[in-house]
Design a protein around this ligand. Structure first.
Ligand code: AMP
Ligand code: GLY
Length: 426
């Protein structure tokens, strides 16, 4: 009997996960909650409240689900993993305790520091006066972070005291992130090249997925406000075997050991945001999930059966899994609504999604169906992923195919992957 699989989430990351999982001969029935019009072409969408662990568990039991794969962090921070495992169901995604690696930056930094895993120096504050006293004495730039989940917006890289002070007042006095800012961190600013590293793990063993670089600012040349991510590419030039091995040895493996030793064994996808500094890789942050839009570029590069690997990881048997990484490249360009990450219109008809060539894929995020018509329904509307033998080819494919897709007010970055050394040298 084949597998019945439920994916939680409804963004571009989940469309890409569903696309890859649907290719598995082991999967008979694929469900996505809540999903989007893109996942609906490959799976059955289910209108569940994924932040409610009991609702998810009851539905999974009633529908004989063999494995739940969790896309975003919120269900995990709410305890979906705990609830499913307590009922004897398999879940790829950590318990609430282990998900603190993302949901509490203080908890994550202490875990790193206590276990000698490389990360920048930091101080923790739970009142604004001592934070500001401290900020008046240190060197700049420095980084101010809210402890809790703040939709990727709780980080300020301050160039001077006034900026740091304003960040603390916003987080602690004006409480712009609510309880997420009750505690804050002040971190040493790291310098180097940023790299996102991903692994799938059963708590003991892990397999590395391709590295990626994402582009967080809205505008070309990394200007303007931060977004959820305007594009990415994978793999990156920095990624050679020696660096991969170093990252596994000094970051991934010791982090998984430290999590297990702290009584929080970690089953799921682990995302390490790294700075490759002159002294080697340092951890900027962890996420308890895959990246969005990194997943959209990584999934097309995986050879092998992801559903089988996911099941084996959830069963603690990842050593039996086979996942190879293709020697090709993917460039992902996000098409966003005009105005994003500020206010934007929704309901604009989207044209051309079915017209992209064989060298590209379209993964939907903020879309909806209005009758038969596909319309915009979010900030990041969709991603066009170009595929090629190398980064110049995948980048060219992404931008050529992006021309086919359009809606009123659509905006995208023109410089995704443009600064990869392989392109600059060509
Ligand atoms: P985060 O939300 O933790 O991913 O942080 C957002 C961005 O802020 C990161 O991608 C980095 O570019 C930057 N950042 C965060 N922490 C540091 C740090 N300690 N040093 C330098 N840059 C940082
Ligand atoms: N693209 C960044 C993230 O998923 O956190």
């Amino acid at each position: 009997m084949g597998m019945r699989l439920l994916v939680l989430g409804g963004g571009g990351r989940e469309h890409a996960l569903v696309w890859k999982l649907a290719q598995s001969p082991a999967v008979d029935d694929l469900f996505c909650a809540p999903g989007n019009p893109g996942t609906a072409t490959l799976a059955t969408n289910v209108p569940l409240n994924t932040a409610d662990p009991v609702e998810v568990r009851v539905w999974a039991e009633e529908n004989a689900i063999d494995l739940v794969v969790v896309g975003p962090e919120d269900p995990l921070a709410a305890g979906v993993g705990d609830e499913l495992r307590r009922a004897g169901l398999l879940c790829l995604g950590p318990d609430k305790g282990a998900a603190r690696i993302e949901s509490s930056k203080v908890w994550a930094k202490n875990l790193l520091a206590d276990n000698g895993i490389p990360t920048g120096a930091f101080e923790v504050f739970d009142d604004s006066h001592s934070a500001i006293d401290y900020l008046a004495q240190i060197e700049y730039p420095a980084v101010v972070k809210a402890d809790g989940l703040a939709l990727g917006k709780g980080v300020v890289v301050a160039r001077e005291f006034a900026e740091a002070e304003a960040a603390v007042e916003g987080m602690m006095t004006d409480r712009v992130f609510g309880a997420a800012g009750n505690t804050i961190l002040v971190e040493e600013c790291l310098f180097g090249q940023e790299l996102s590293a991903f692994a799938i793990t059963d708590g003991k063993n892990h397999l590395m997925l391709p590295f990626a670089r994402d582009f967080k600012r809205v505008g070309d040349g990394d200007v303007g406000p931060n977004t959820g991510g305007m594009g990415c590419y994978s793999p990156v030039a920095l990624q050679d075997d020696a660096l991969r091995q170093e990252i596994e040895e000094v970051v991934m493996q010791p982090t998984l050991q430290a999590l297990a030793a702290s009584g929080n064994p970690y089953v799921g996808f682990l995302y390490a945001g790294l700075m490759i500094t002159a002294d080697g890789p340092q951890v900027i942050e962890f996420n308890c999930r895959l990246g969005d839009p990194e997943t959209q570029a990584i999934m097309p590069l995986l050879n092998g059966d992801l559903a089988d690997a996911a099941l084996l990881a959830a069963q603690g048997r990842l050593t039996e899994a086979h996942l190879d990484i293709a020697a090709s490249s993917a460039t992902c360009v996000v098409l966003a609504s005009g105005g994003y990450p500020g206010g934007y219109d929704t309901g604009c008809p989207i044209s051309g999604v079915a017209d992209v060539g064989e060298d590209a894929l379209v993964f939907q995020a903020g879309t909806a169906l209005n009758g038969e018509e596909l319309v915009t329904n979010g900030g990041r509307v969709l991603a066009v992923v170009g595929l090629g033998d190398d980064v110049s080819a995948s980048r060219a494919a992404a931008y050529a195919n992006l021309e086919m897709v359009d809606f009123d007010g659509a905006q995208h970055r023109g410089d995704i992957a443009a600064h990869d050394p392989a392109i600059l040298e060509a």
